[in-house]
Design a protein around this ligand. Structure first.
Ligand code: URA
Length: 246
């Protein structure tokens, strides 16, 4: 077929379809519309403002918290930050040195890798919420002590009840074990959908789907495990209807 003939045929088909559409004989347009990629929850401005106020009130209480010994050693509290309308919340273990200095979660080396992971999902840090189980840095980045977790836990639980995310990603063993109240290792937990019940109780509302995956600090030490973490995040993307292009 010559180029002119091809163009004529295409034009005739397009006119035919347009006629059908204008007569209401067809419902699909010539080019199907781009899929809508929803990065945030659909909320009224009032609702977002209410959530912002509620989250700010938690930050205020965290800022004055003296429930455990970490109050004496911290530089700044690190309540967490992000979008109150986030569909996705990342929960890590506890602030490190950089976080303690800046009062922001995941801003050190592990945080830079987390940023790359979020961006690989087609999102930005401003479109998700990022926080930790502990709101203060344990000295020398030691593991959180059980009393520190139980004292700090209500703040995180309240944040999750306010944000009502569609999915929670638990980063690493302490976050996964705390949120799921289990002693199971991260190697067995990761990559398998779990359920988070607010206040750990199945009596309080519907559970939130939770995906445990490796902590970015572990991925920096063991880069060969990155593929597993990416496959966990792709499951999250599928659940949220985000396009997977790689
Ligand atoms: N590791 C964490 O678990 N949280 C941070 O905020 C930084 C490093």
């Amino acid at each position: 077929m010559t180029r002119n003939l091809q163009a004529d045929v295409r034009g005739a088909v397009a006119r035919h379809l347009e006629t059908d559409l204008s007569l209401g004989l067809r419902e699909t347009p010539l080019h199907s519309p781009r899929p809508v990629i929803r990065k945030l929850q659909i909320l009224t401005a009032d609702k977002v403002a209410q959530r912002q106020t509620a989250l700010a009130a938690i930050n205020e209480r965290v800022g004055q918290c003296t429930r455990c010994g970490l109050a004496k050693t911290r530089t700044k509290t690190v309540p967490g930050q992000g979008n109150p309308a986030a569909r996705l919340v990342f929960v890590g273990e506890a602030p490190g040195r950089d976080e303690d200095q800046q009062g922001l979660a995941f801003v050190g080396r592990a945080g830079q890798l987390l940023t790359k992971m979020i961006e690989a999902m087609g999102l930005t840090r401003d479109e998700v919420y990022i926080c930790n189980i502990l709101k203060c840095r344990p000295p020398e980045n030691r593991d959180p002590a059980p009393d520190e977790i139980s004292n700090c836990w209500p703040y995180l639980d309240e944040q999750l009840r306010i944000i009502q995310p569609e999915v929670i990603v638990a980063l690493g063993k302490p976050a996964s074990q705390t949120l799921l109240r289990t002693k199971e290792g991260i190697g067995r937990l990761r990559g398998v959908w779990q359920e988070y019940y607010t206040s750990g109780s199945s009596a309080v509302g519907e559970p939130t789907p939770l995906m445990p995956t490796f902590h970015p600090a572990y991925l920096l030490r063991s880069p060969t495990e990155k593929g597993k973490a990416w496959s966990d995040l792709k499951q999250v993307m599928t659940r949220l209807g985000l396009p997977i292009t790689r």
